[in-house]
Write a protein that binds this ligand. Sequence first.
Ligand code: MEV
Length: 437
Amino acid sequence: MVKPISGFSKLSKEKKIQWLISTYCQGEDSISKILKSYWNTDTKLQQLHDEFIENTISNFYLPLAIAPNFLINGKIYTLPMAIEESSVVAAASNAAKFWLERGGFKAKVLSTTKNGQVHFNFFGKKKELVLFFNTIKPKLLLSIAAISKNMVNRGGGLLDIVLVDKTKDLENYYQLHCTFETLDAMGANFINSCLEQFAKTLQEEAIYFMPFITSKARLEVVMSILSNYVPECLVRAEVCCPISDLTTKELKGKDFAEKIIRAIAIAKAEPRRAVTHNKGIMNGIDAVVIATGNDFRAVEAGIHAYASKDGRYSSLTHAEIVGDQFHYWIEIPLAIGTVGGLTTLHPLVKVALEILQKPSAKDVMQLIAVAGLAQNFAAIKSLVTIGIQKGHMKMHLMNILNQMQASAIEKKEAIEYFKKNTVTHNAVVTFIENLRK
Ligand code: MEV
């Protein structure tokens, strides 16, 4: 059995690797070689990555790709996408090209308010708490003056604090619900610093001031943290074209429009399908979120909660026919930053933001929503016609060849052969084995 280790974080990177190998890999030197082969030869760059997190032993690469030809609000964009799944970028590029020829995407930020809460217990009468809160509210506002000075100077900051009675959901549970405008910053650090200050002020004022209002009541702060559910920070992306323009070599425009609408209706009726439908959307969203240095876990959590906002997990995309026009859109909450955090540290994120022409957070919200809609369109287009496996396996061919350590000549022959033959794992293995005989 492995013994616990103390003081691990203080060991050097080399010592951490040694411990790992002797503990889990029977002293196997090849593991150390693999880990080190991913170190950057530029030691400064490696140090930057080492210092992003604790206990770094190597780098974990994702391919960074670009999907060109996205016409969004009249401007052509090339989207940077960091993702490992074979067919995602190809699908995005295809969808971009499809809509480029049909008027492109329109995107709009609907709102930008973020939020967080100080969660606390209150044992006493609600009206006493309301009186206490109203009395100390100016102090709460004043308490974050230093923290919010720069944000306020740039035009953002705290929007409001309200006292919320949650006792119907949980005994004695109240919260300070705080709303913020964080401009081009994702705002997590700013919001959490404000909330922790509010919590401190609230607790201190409760100790000193509450006895003047009521002798028996007691207030206990439990925690304070931003919420990754941001339904007041919304973006919408859409496409629209005459139904006849949807005609492809597989389907007539009307049939294609109806199939898309039906596929979305199924995702709205059946949560099992909705999860996969939305997973496809997240393929596009996460890839751009990661490439632009944003927090994909926050985005994922917030978007999936939004997909359940009406009480059942449902589709994030919607479609309808109005007259002779096909309308297709997505609406999602997104807390995105283009300043601070990784955006100013990671060299590839800086490149991604350069490719996007130094966008504001609002611009990136729009681009991400478009990436999600495009990905959903590409998935549905395949699903209702030839199925996804053909395209997916075509892109996956190289992975199978690499698993088999195929040589350059073997790869060339396989690519040629599978232009006309269906790619399956077995077919590729058999093809290469036959070549090698
Ligand atoms: C695969 O990563 C994504 C899809 O399953 C999405 C969908 O089914 O809509 C193709």
